[in-house]
Design a protein around this ligand. Structure first.
Ligand SMILES: *Cc1c(COP(=O)(O)O)cnc(C)c1O
Length: 385
């Protein structure tokens, strides 16, 4: 479906791909049309800041993949997080955030939301029984990420969405890991599905973008009203590139999954490895939820290596030929980076009893990647501390 998602070519004079519409000023034919232009805020091109034919085409395609009502595009995944978290709260309101979220999400809550008088509390994403008593009269949003960044713990998203909806609380899920191909938060009852389109949707490590897909029109409008005030925008050239990325999303995800599972299984049997953090492995504590709710696994997983010195870890990383050291993920290339500083938790220390690394399995030949890991881990093990 990602191959054909978006407006049909007949909408663009037969051009197979949506044209790049570069525009700030839009001209209106009459004074009355100009005065009334803001009525088109949600669906029409009224000013470049609020959307172009190119961004509307991509938004339509992503909304369809997510089984959502509508999608709003932002300048980055990080800005999508900031926009989603600020759209539904006022001073004095309360937000509950899963303890395993992406680090910058936590920082936005602690460094920005708190300055505006919004109270943020964290809950253990593995314990729904502990979530219910944490809900307050002023709780407006429950924010989730499954599996969580760094620790890859799975959350029971449908159960939390159900209990939140019964109380009139909005749920937001960061669905970047799975992509809309492997998990559909909206079908699980969530109000807003968030993606860093920088990752799999674009897929080539050359674009930054965020996407917020809503379950209904009212949630979309509330988000758009708020993002318009912040001046949030996704450039038409970047929208074009992400739309192009969508064409190959399904074949890329299949290969990311295949390579990741091969690497994860190989690593699980390696003497340097204490544990592999990947919900697609039957031994993983989150496997049952993953199997029930997800249609596949992406290329990103964690590995806890036996504790060794900083120099031994550097010896490993500095001997890679294929694996790269770099932030972000979701592109064609394989990455392996230390999770340092280790993830912050309010509830328990997390599963970190060795040296935690994060692997992104790219699209390379998996035998090359295994050879690379084998050599680098041998350097690590042989390093005289
Ligand atoms: C990378 C990432 C983001 C942020 O995306 P950017 O486009 O880099 O700002 C958000 N959530 C998750 C889970 C991510 O991995």
């Amino acid at each position: 479906m990602p191959v054909v998602a978006g407006p049909p070519p007949s909408a663009n004079g037969g051009a197979l791909n949506p044209p790049i519409q570069r525009v700030s000023t839009v001209i209106f034919p009459t004074m009355d049309a100009y005065i009334e232009r803001h009525k088109g805020l949600y669906d029409d091109v009224i000013y470049g800041l609020y959307g172009t034919e190119t961004s509307f085409a991509l938004a339509e395609a992503i909304a369809r993949l997510e089984n959502g009502r509508k999608t709003l595009l932002t300048g980055s995944g990080t800005s999508a997080i900031a926009q989603a978290l600020s759209a539904f709260v006022s001073a004095g309101d309360h937000v509950l955030v899963a303890d395993n979220v992406y680090g910058p999400t936590r920082r936005f809550c602690g460094e920005v939301l708190s300055r505006f008088g919004v109270v943020v509390a964290y809950f253990d994403p593995l314990r729904i029984d502990a979530l219910v008593p944490a809900i307050q009269a002023k709780t407006r949003v429950i924010y989730l990420e499954s599996p969580g960044s760094q620790t890859f713990e799975m959350t029971d998203v449908p159960a939390i969405a159900t209990l939140a909806r019964a109380r009139g609380i909005k749920t937001i899920v960061d669905n970047t890991w799975a992509s809309p191909l492997f998990f559909k938060p909206i079908l699980a009852g969530v109000d807003v599905s968030l993606a860093s389109a920088t990752k799999y949707l674009s897929g080539h490590s050359d674009v930054l973008m965020g996407a917020l897909t809503t379950a209904d029109e009212a949630t979309f409008r509330a988000l758009k009203d708020s993002t318009a005030r912040w001046g949030e925008h996704a450039s038409p050239d970047d929208c074009y590139l992400v739309h192009r990325g969508l064409r190959t999303l399904a074949v890329r995800m299949a290969r990311h999954q295949e390579n990741a599972l091969t690497l994860a299984n190989w690593l699980a049997g390696h003497p340097e490895v204490m544990r592999v953090l990947c919900p697609a492995l039957p031994s993983d504590p989150g496997h049952a939820i993953w199997k029930r709710d997800f249609r596949g696994a992406s290329g990103l997983f964690g590995v806890i290596l036996k504790r060794r010195s900083h120099r031994a870890n550097a010896a490993m990383c500095d001997h890679f030929r294929y694996f790269k050291l770099g932030s972000s993920w979701g592109g064609f290339e394989s990455l392996m980076v230390p999770s340092w500083p280790p993830p912050i938790r309010n509830h328990g220390a997390g599963p970190i009893d060795g040296d935690l690394f994060r692997i992104h399995a790219g699209l390379e030949d998996v035998q090359d990647l295994i050879g690379d890991l084998d050599r680098a881990l041998a350097h690590r093990a042989a390093y005289a501390d």
